[in-house]
Design a protein around this ligand. Structure first.
Ligand code: NAD
Ligand code: ZN
Length: 312
């Protein structure tokens, strides 16, 4: 959507000439473009790597050429894989990928690698080990590594904002790459019940797009004061933990649609629980999320989609 006083340049990030042109007169970049979602199958891998890895490399190379030394990257919580887990006997433990046999039998909770007990989920901090579990996640981590290498090589500064599940006006409609909030809302718009995978108990942090925008603004404003050559990551979550089942119920109620159906289906690349600890962003940048889950979902139920914006 064109904004007053803003020049739009539409083009492919992988095209160096287009990027060089778009960078004229710019002193900082908020890099949001990516191929997103879990994808349809592994044949998508070259497109993910092309857009996210090569696209970011082209952008950074052109920024280096143009002596632009400030970057905010749209990172993602997917870099953590499964979130943080504790075992009653063994403390904080890495959750191994869930076994197909467990998932087939409806055992969805990750288990302790030492004793096999079901684990208790908790919020991840930025120093949690990274563990990307699918192609998209691998490319989101690689984008951070490229940004960090660029910062060191060019005496530049980069911040990655690891968004949790973003929702709000402008979310795309139903596509195989869309997030769960978009999929549920599209089903309800067709008069269908949202279909909830696993048992609906997957814990997530749904953060409103305006809070993500204010995190970008806060990160941009902080770049001038950072040490040249530095890279820093921040979680961006609302701090309100909800399940995928809660999301489906909230949207069904707000749309006056049919109640959700829990299907027990699963996708191998999905993680069970992933929730944010956004204290670093609050403490260092003074950021505060403003939109509650209840208010945000009530608004989202009837908000314009990305396709609506594109038409107007
Ligand atoms: N939506 C979420 O919940 C979420 C969570 C974590 C991180 N993110 C990150 O936030 C950013 C924005 O995601 P989104 O959810 O708005 O997705 P989106 O698909 O709505 O937006 C991505 C945009 O990138 C553009 N794009 C894709 N390939 C391009 C290319 N080769 N050249 C130029 N533009 C290209 C698309 O046209 C689209 O406008 C992405 O970097 C994504 O990884 C999103
Ligand atoms: Zn244990």
């Amino acid at each position: 959507m064109p904004l007053p006083g803003v020049t739009s340049v539409i083009g492919d990030l992988r095209d160096a000439a287009v990027v060089a042109n778009a960078l004229r007169g710019v002193d900082a970049v908020c890099h949001q473009a990516a191929m997103v979602g879990l994808g349809v199958d592994f044949a998508d891998a070259p497109n993910y790597a092309g857009t996210n890895d090569l696209g970011t490399a082209v952008l950074l190379a052109e920024m280096a050429q143009a002596h632009i030394r400030r970057l905010v990257l749209a990172g993602s919580m997917v870099v953590y894989g499964e979130g943080r887990y504790d075992c009653a006997a063994h403390g904080t433990v890495p959750a191994p990928p869930r076994r197909v046999a467990d998932l087939d039998e409806g055992r969805f909770e990750p288990r302790c690698p030492s004793c096999g007990a079901e684990l208790t989920p908790g919020p991840v901090t930025e120093d949690a080990p990274v563990d990307p579990r699918n192609v998209y996640a691998a490319t989101k981590l690689h984008q951070e590594h490229l940004a960090s290498a660029w910062a060191r090589a060019c005496g530049a500064v980069a911040v990655s904002l690891r968004y949790h599940n973003v929702y709000g006006p402008g979310l795309p409609r139903d596509t195989p790459y869309a997030g769960v909030a978009a999929l549920f809302r599209s089903a309800l718009a067709r008069g269908e019940a949202p279909r909830v995978f696993e048992d609906g108990g997957q814990r997530r942090d749904f953060v409103h797009v305006t809070d993500v925008a204010s995190a970008n603004a806060a990160a941009l404003a902080s770049l001038a004061d950072r040490e040249p050559g530095s890279f820093r990551a921040y979680n961006v979550g609302s701090g309100e933990i909800r399940t995928v089942g809660d999301l489906a119920s909230a949207l069904a109620a707000a749309c006056g649609g049919p109640a959700p159906v829990v299907t027990g289906e699963y996708r191998l690349g999905d993680v069970r629980h992933i929730t944010a600890d956004s204290r670093r962003l609050r403490a260092e940048l003074g950021w505060r999320p403003r939109v509650s889950f209840a208010d945000g979902m009530a608004e989202f139920a009837s908000a314009a989609s990305a396709e609506d914006y594109a038409r107007n």
